[in-house]
Design a protein. Sequence first.
Lengths: 123, 123
Amino acid sequence: MAADALSQVFAALADPTRRDMVARLAVADASVNELAEPYDVTVQAVSKHLKVLEGAGLVSRSRDAQRRPVHLEAEVFDLMTKWIERYRGQAEERYRRLDDLLQTIPDDVQSSPPHSPQTGAPT
Amino acid sequence: MAADALSQVFAALADPTRRDMVARLAVADASVNELAEPYDVTVQAVSKHLKVLEGAGLVSRSRDAQRRPVHLEAEVFDLMTKWIERYRGQAEERYRRLDDLLQTIPDDVQSSPPHSPQTGAPT
DNA sequence: AGCTTCTTCAACCAAAAGGTTGACAACGCC
DNA sequence: GGCGTTGTCAACCTTTTGGTTGAAGAAGCT
């Protein structure tokens, strides 16, 4: 597995079950059994999912008798957000400049056929 | 793999090589060979990575002779950002309310827990 | 002490991910 | 038409992932 922190966080959230757990933990802490209840997998599988989330720093665990309550650690989200914003910002800046450039081109230069409409909607 | 869009985006970015490609594509479009050049893998491997990124909607490809320029599609980032912000926000809101609650607990309620007592704020 | 509950560990399995090599399609250039 | 360039497809291999079952550790309950 890729050892760097960002890869671990993205990989952890690439699984819908784990994402759902995170969503539920955003509402309230929970025990492993509570977390496992809605899913159609064994408790052991959920325990494994939690190890992945914990390895990514997304959750932490405390001790309450034989229970190991799971707690969401929201700070790690910042790692992702920073990465995302950095490159999105960079890309959008680039497109903006490209648009500016196209605006300055006089009509008679527009000879090539129009570019195929990409999936992206403007702005 | 999990077919839902969000899972695909997270999974695509869970790989450091793919993340690096995205970072470079944020600066400028590039051909497959250009993209492959810095990495110590075959062009075929890079082509596979691009298929993953394309499947996640993170890049698109056009046609320029035998070249297939790769173009970053920044909009998909919003999907992630929305998800992240939603649950981070929820979690932080919850912690905030918990803090508020702890602030309002009068001294005499603090009986059993070995937690350090609050600042003496009477009713 | 003995039982029950909550959780993890270990071994195993099937499928997916990431890589390789080799063949080949598409296109521009002589 | 033949050749180099660019990129993909197919087959294959190895490691990782996500799941299972079964056993066991840890802590509360009687």
